[in-house]
Design a binder for this molecule. Structure first.
Ligand code: C2E
Ligand code: MG
Ligand code: MG
Length: 719
């Protein structure tokens, strides 16, 4: 559904773009066509004008030549011929250059006034050629050819239109009233000659009234009352030709443009669809695992809840929130690529487990969710949750090696716990929180009081953060005594939280919380700084500071120790860091490097709570500890079971054999003291000698020791 919506809006965008392009193309095309038409008309007009000019010139040339021939002929007329006219009554033919000439008497042969002599001459010509006279009234244009001196002069040439024919007329006047008038029809031959001279295909003569729209014409002069005539020709239209070529080009251009638009629109649309599909995938799918993301999971859940509500069957659904335990530590140890590999492998395993029974999703970082469908009762969800916990406990292959992780799961059921997506997810999250608090690697079902517990926890977390920020924590020191119990060799710094409401809170109650909510780093730094500042005042005493595994694994840990040593000016050999075996298990290589660096600084290292973890001999051999501290639990149970005594015995001997200092913690009784002394243990720590006390008490004790009158008892006990 989302994809279709994305695709249609993509194609809409695409087609909008194409429409814009097509519109731009059409406007351009229209512009080009209009320009071509304008150019066509202009070129046609210019060409017609040029043809007209050429025709006029050709006609003038022809008339001039005709006039010149007539003049020449007139000059050659014999006196006899002139005499004949005088003898005759009226015009007499004279075989002119065209054979249609007459010698006329300008005064006698015409009644017309002298000014119309030319007209009279034409009349004579016309009569001679049997053309009706009335049709011939009209002047020849006043084209005076020559005024050459001699007997014949003042020749005039021109055209007239009569009897549907145009004539070239030349009149050459003699000194007296006689003239030679010659007419020659503009017949086909003459018109062809004119056309040739003017560079025109064909010229016709016709009455001006018959000129068609497409014809080009040069009007011939007509006498008053006479119909005008014209030389008519079909003008060449080079513009049309140009336009034809341009049109062909424009058509090809338009075709190409359309093709381009089509190709482009397809590409744009498919690109857009692809881009939107990608954006859609990115928005709904987790790119690393390919699982649905939080958004799509919420939608799936919404749909499924709606289905459950509609359904008449007694089937519900379960939401499982799954978190990889201590993922941050894995990220720190194996780098982000290692963390990513784990996420992908985890997702694949989870997906394979779910198969048809629901959908898995990745909500964020190391947080996954499963929507289990067709759930009949809590048992179904329990079976799936158990299978997930078990499957994730199998080793994962990361960076070519195997690592073990675990998963915590919170389960909420619909409709039992909630029937609204957000509430159901919130409740699954609360249950997950509980699973983590109860020691991880397990699943928990939602219970109504979880919300309150969480709120309380959140309040505590806020308080602790504030206490660290304001330095409201307290460090107490428990003396570490020589084996005879007579000499304080050093102290162990133990943090406390003086809470305004709950009183002095022991570290066992808040160190884990500080680790979970990322407060252990500022807390650890604060304690170390405090301890180093205090030990500055205590010559001859060492100070032991506990280091949490999470804190130790930070890359900044060793530099931080170095910085604080420099800041306080404390001799590094006075500082002892207490680590537990959990530090070594998760990332042995990293721990080894850090230990080497710390030892290079001169800092001493103790393995705390020895005997409670793996107590592996390999660790003792591989990691260069200076000291092991026997966990107080062995001493506490020593009286009752002989086993503990054997273990303590073994640890002391093991430590001694490896050249390590052995310290026993939790020494409360004189019997324990004696026992440990007999075993050859090196140092002792416990309530028998002193409870953890404030720095002031240590100050006071040291002052008392300096006084020569100090009682022997005071030398032994601080508290
Ligand atoms: P731990 O390092 O093993 O510290 C010894 C614990 O045993 C202390 O508990 C101490 O008060 C208690 N103890 C000492 N002598 C006796 C005795 O004779 N009998 C009994 N029953 N207990 C005795 P505390 O102070 O409650 O600390 C608990 C744990 O909290 C410590 O165990 C240590 O792991 C952790 N811790 C304390 N301070 C810090 C700190 O600053 N940073 C970190 N990361 N952990 C700390
Ligand atoms: Mg300790
Ligand atoms: Mg301890």
């Amino acid at each position: 559904m989302f994809f279709r919506r994305g695709a249609s809006s993509a194609s809409k965008n695409g087609s909008q773009m194409v429409y814009a392009l097509a519109l731009a193309g059409c406007i351009l095309l229209l512009g080009l066509i209009l320009t071509a038409m304008w150019l066509r008309d202009r070129q046609n007009e210019q060409s017609a004008l040029a043809e007209e000019t050429a025709l006029r010139v050709a006609l003038d040339d022809e008339l001039a030549a005709f006039g010149a021939q007539t003049q020449h002929y007139a000059g050659s007329l014999s006196a006899a011929a002139i005499g004949q006219r005088r003898a005759a009554n009226g015009p007499i033919p004279a075989a002119g250059p065209t054979g249609a000439g007459y010698i006329v008497d300008l005064n006698a042969d015409f009644t017309a006034p002298r000014a119309d002599a030319a007209l009279g001459a034409i009349g004579a010509v016309a009569r001679a050629t049997a053309v009706a006279r009335p049709a011939l009234r009209g002047p020849i244009d006043d084209n005076t050819l020559s005024t050459a001196s001699g007997e014949w002069a003042a020749a005039r040439t021109g055209t007239v239109f009569a009897a549907q024919r145009a004539w070239m007329v030349a009149i050459v006047k003699r000194q007296d009233d006689l003239a030679l008038a010659v007419a020659h029809p503009l017949d086909n031959v003459a018109l062809a000659k004119l056309a040739r001279a003017a560079g025109i295909a064909q010229v016709d003569v016709m009455a001006a009234s018959g000129i068609g729209e497409r014809d080009t014409a040069v009007l011939l002069p007509a006498a008053a009352g006479e119909k005008p005539a014209a030389l008519v020709w079909r003008a060449a239209r080079p513009g049309d030709e140009m336009f034809g070529t341009a049109a062909a080009m424009l058509l090809s251009f338009a075709g190409l443009f359309v093709a381009l638009i089509v190709v482009y629109s397809r590409r744009v649309t498919s690109d857009l669809i692809e881009a939107e599909a990608r954006a859609h995938d990115a928005a709904t799918q987790d790119p690393m695992t390919g699982l649905p993301n939080r958004i799509i999971f919420a939608r799936l859940l919404e749909n499924e809840i709606a289905r459950v509500k509609r359904s008449t069957e007694e089937r519900g659904l379960a939401v499982l929130f799954i978190d990889i335990d201590r993922f941050k530590e894995i990220n720190d140890s194996f780098g982000h690529s290692g963390g990513d590999q784990l996420i992908v492998a985890f997702a694949q395993r989870l997906n394979a487990l779910i198969r048809a029974g629901g959908r898995a999703a990745r909500l964020s970082g190391d947080e996954f969710a499963v929507l289990q469908t067709d759930v009949v009762g809590p048992r179904d969800a329990e079976i799936l949750a158990r299978r997930i916990v078990e499957t994730m406990a199998e080793p994962f292959e990361i960076n070519g090696g195997q690592i073990f992780v675990s998963a915590s799961i919170g389960v909420a059921l619909c409709p039992h716990d909630a029937n609204e997506p957000n509430e159901l997810m919130r409740r699954a999250d609360l249950a997950l929180y509980r699973a983590k608090n109860e020691g991880r690697n397990r699943f928990c079902f939602f219970e109504p009081r979880m919300g309150e517990q969480l709120q309380m926890r959140k309040a505590v977390e806020d308080d602790l953060r504030q206490a660290i920020d304001t330095g409201a924590l307290l460090v107490q020191y428990q003396p570490v005594m020589s084996i005879d119990g007579g000499k304080m060799l050093g102290v162990e710094a133990l943090v406390r939280w003086p809470h305004p409401v709950h009183g002095l809170i022991s570290p066992d109650s808040f160190i884990a919380l500080a680790e979970e909510c990322g407060l252990i780093l500022p807390l650890g730094e604060w304690v170390l700084r405090r301890a180093l500042r205090d030990v500055q005042r205590w010559p001859g005493l060492k100070v032991a500071v506990n280091v949490s595994a999470i804190q130790f694994r930070q890359k900044e840990f060793v530099p931080m120790v170095e910085r604080l040593l420099a800041e306080t000016g404390v001799d590094p050999t006075k500082l002892e860091l207490e680590l537990t075996e959990s530090v070594l298990i998760a990332d042995a290589d990293g721990a080894e490097n850090a230990i080497i660096d710390l030892r290079a600084l001169g800092v001493r290292l103790a393995l705390d709570d020895f005997g409670t973890g793996y107590s592996s001999l390999i660790y003792l051999r591989r990691f260069a500890f200076d000291k092991i501290k026997i966990d107080k639990s062995f001493l506490q149970s020593m009286e009752t079971t002989g086993e503990s005594a054997i273990i303590v015995h073994s640890i002391v001997h093991l430590g001694r054999a490896l050249g390590l200092t052995v310290t026993a913690e939790g020494v409360e009784t004189k019997d324990q003291h004696r026992f440990l002394q007999a075993l050859g243990c090196h140092e002792l720590q416990g309530y028998l000698f002193s409870q953890p006390v404030g720095a002031d008490d240590i100050d006071r004790h040291l002052r008392q020791l300096q006084q020569p009158t100090a009682a022997p008892d005071e030398a032994r006990s601080v508290a």
